[in-house]
Design a protein around this ligand. Structure first.
Ligand SMILES: Nc1ncnc2c1ncn2[C@@H]1O[C@H](COP(=O)(O)OP(=O)(O)O)[C@@H](O)[C@H]1O
Ligand SMILES: O=P(O)(O)OC[C@H]1O[C@](O)(COP(=O)(O)O)[C@@H](O)[C@@H]1O
Ligand SMILES: [Mg+2]
Length: 454
């Protein structure tokens, strides 16, 4: 018999599958247990509901159709302070490292890790590892305290320096052991999370009492599961300034084209958000949606019509878009950066040149002005805005609470507005492409009216 779709009682809730995270007690016998020092904090006055228990979870999917959902709902441990801690603060030696490219908010995360370790938990041995993972074995570490980091949230970049490459598992874990670190906070993107998985496995293999955690940073917002990465909103805000400038230039010319290239290696989130919030973009080109130039339904045909109608156009192109169209030599095909990422060719100047050639070929003699803007590092080399700053603080605090409670091999992240602990392996493999089948891409297309290039 068919279930009655108007009667919610006719459906049963799917089961829940908890994504467990590792705990030091699984590999370290007789792990000590102490009351959380926040009990004595003059600011928090914790009541019983203040502490989070290991049975507190949050769901990844909060919207689903009961008539079709049958697979279990993924749940994660809720982040936050635990009533018992598993490190004696007097013996903690915490290491903080930043890896990969810059992202607004890196310095805020470092600052808040230092201040909260110091103020909430009474940790006094906190170290900054310089220049990314290679800093564990090739540079002096710097001792940090709240006085040193007090104004770091006002600075862009990372005051610890960062780098790509330099991943040598043996040397890194050797360096961690040699320097006596027992808490390792890794701030970085997808590459850093993959590296953290390997370090975590090696620490477990060596049965060391070291907790390692990841705090995901990616200006491209290309890490999955979490709502968004810190710094992303700030980057979009700065990107918008470039889009508005391109619009002014284009509108003030005859047959004016404003072309803006924005970051986005594999994902077009920055381009998409800049397009949606500016409302002045005529065409948004992202890596997830191939495009072509010539013929029916192509970019040139669309631009021709738009210029005829409005007299100007604004194009936003993400750096990873159109890579399949740009001619490249055999050696360019094989080129990789220090972290093993394929080196992209620069889509901005290529597209600018193709557009100029097209106009000259098809509209010779008619006025045409193309202004190209590439804000590149300007969008990520700035301090975090207010929202991202608060987000960084909560991520840093979540990480410390989890580590002090003895959890390891996890990442702190926001899921549906709440904070969760997610296994680092899961984050390392979770991508976050723009879904060109969902409502947001449909929204872009309805705002721009651009072709779908199918
Ligand atoms: N698959 C991997 N295994 C081990 N280390 C990796 C891996 N991918 C990247 N790394 C290391 O992680 C660090 C940061 O990676 P990178 O890709 O440059 O930046 P991001 O973390 O921002 O994506 C680098 O030191 C790099 O060598
Ligand atoms: O020139 P760099 O420092 O290698 O960084 C450039 C790359 O970093 C990125 O900003 C991605 O970094 P994220 O890991 O922060 O997402 C890309 O958009 C860009 O290709
Ligand atoms: Mg990356």
């Amino acid at each position: 018999m068919d279930s009655d779709s108007s009667n919610p009682a006719a459906f049963s809730l799917p089961s829940i599958s908890l994504q467990t995270i590792s705990h030091l007690s699984e590999s370290i016998p007789n792990l000590l247990q102490l009351p959380n020092p926040i009990d004595k904090s003059p600011y928090y006055h914790p009541n019983p509901a203040f502490y989070i228990s290991s049975s507190d979870v949050l769901l990844r999917q909060i919207l689903f159709d009961l008539s079709t959902s049958s697979s279990p709902l993924l749940a994660y441990h809720r982040a936050g302070p635990r009533s018992q801690i598993r490190f004696d603060p007097a013996t903690v030696r915490a290491a903080i490292v930043t890896c990969g490219g810059l992202c607004p908010g890196l310095n805020t995360v470092i600052r808040e890790l230092v201040v909260a370790l110091w103020d909430l938990y009474g940790v006094r041995q906190i170290f900054g590892v310089q220049a990314g993972f290679r800093g564990f074995y090739s540079c002096e570490t710097v001792e940090l305290n709240p006085r040193i980091v007090h104004d770091w949230h006002l600075r862009g970049g990372t005051s610890l320096a960062t780098s790509r490459g330099g991943f040598d598992l043996d040397k890194i874990v050797g360096g961690i052991e040699e320097k006596g670190f027992n808490q390792v906070y890794c701030i970085g993107g997808d590459g850093t999370m993959r590296a953290a998985v390997k370090i975590f496995n090696e620490i477990q293999h060596r049965k060391l009492k070291i907790s390692i955690t990841g705090i995901p940073k990616t200006v491209d917002n290309d890490i999955g599961i979490i709502d968004r990465s810190f710094g992303f909103q700030t980057a979009v805000e700065i990107a918008l300034q470039a889009v508005h400038a391109a619009h002014v230039e284009a509108e003030s010319a005859v047959n004016g084209v404003g072309l803006v290239k924005l970051m986005g290696r594999n994902t077009g989130h920055i381009a998409l958000h800049a397009t949606l919030s500016s409302r002045v973009v005529d065409c948004c080109l992202i890596p997830e949606n191939d495009f072509y130039l010539e013929g029916e339904g192509g970019l040139f045909e669309f631009l021709h019509q738009r210029l005829k109608k409005n007299g100007h156009v604004v194009i936003v192109v993400a750096e990873g878009a159109g890579q399949n169209l740009i001619p490249r030599t055999e050696s360019q095909k094989a080129e990789q950066d220090e972290s093993g990422n394929q080196v992209f060719l620069d889509v901005g100047p290529w597209l600018k040149s193709e557009l100029n050639k097209w106009w000259k070929r098809d509209h010779d003699g008619e006025l045409f002005t193309l202004k190209y803007i590439d804000p590149t590092y300007m969008i990520r080399a700035v301090p975090a805005n207010a929202t991202d700053n608060l987000y960084c603080t909560l991520l840093a605090h979540s990480s410390i609470h989890g580590v002090m409670a003895g959890y390891t091999g996890f990442v702190s992240g926001q899921i549906n507005g709440n904070y969760a602990y997610i296994p680092v392996e899961e984050v390392a493999s979770a991508k976050n492409p723009v879904d060109t089948k969902d409502h947001r891409w449909a929204w872009v297309r309805s705002v721009t009216n651009q072709p779908d290039f199918n």
